[in-house]
Write a protein that binds this ligand. Sequence first.
Ligand code: S5P
Length: 265
Amino acid sequence: MKPEAAWGPRWANCVHPLSLQYMEIAVQKRSLVVLAADLPTTEELVDLIANVGEYVAVVKTHVDAVEGFSKEGWAKVVDEARKQGVLLFEDRKFADNGRVAQTQMGGLYNVRGWADVVTSHSVSGPDVVDGIAAAWEEVERVGGVLLLAQMSSRGNLLDEAYTKETLEIGSASPHVMGFIGNGSSSDDVSALRKMVGNGKMIWTPGVSLSAEEGVLGQRYGNPSDAIRAGSDAIIVGSGIHGSVSATEAAEEYAKASWEALMERK
Ligand code: S5P
């Protein structure tokens, strides 16, 4: 299937190169799954990526949560992700001023060197996005920023006014490929989609095929509902890496996400 047929107005209107690359990979793999690879060691991460790579389009990491981090160990994670043909997404949730965000893209983890996508909060204003983009430019790479417009965690402070202002910052920036929305509520996702229009992506965490609640205030909704409500990618962690067979779970999430996209057209 051609991406324009699968994605319809989203393919026609999302111009960010990383959005286009994502949509192409999703069509090749018939999967709108972003694996939240929240495991403690690089060895476990490499194994997980190898086991589910066929069924996921993107691997999302928290590089600063890796125990005993080493550049050599991390290179293995990056190599496995490239081998599996997935995008690498560092969920860094930047929130400082532009200058500091630019330096945080380098440093020990050198996120600018390997991440294709990163998250950022908008709380510090629009320049954080320019700082992130400038860091990618320094190493002659192009990446995409997802701004947190909503969150899935209970009691979060991202109210409607904050969401709207975040969308204004995002719409005005060529570096912002889209937004993080709250996948635990399809009402939240459809409200967000109405405001965003077709020109940017919405990726949603807080989805599970089996659980309604996670640990420490995580909320879950149904992944197919999130896609039908206008999400373009489901971010799944525990639902995959916490199940008996990560491979089978990833296949199940991929199938649910793809079928929902086909229904949405
Ligand atoms: O609002 C949010 C935003 C994000 S990016 N809520 C989230 O849970 N996330 C991320 O999604 C979080 O960092 C984690 O990696 C993933 C959800 O994991 P799960 O195990 O609950 O599926």
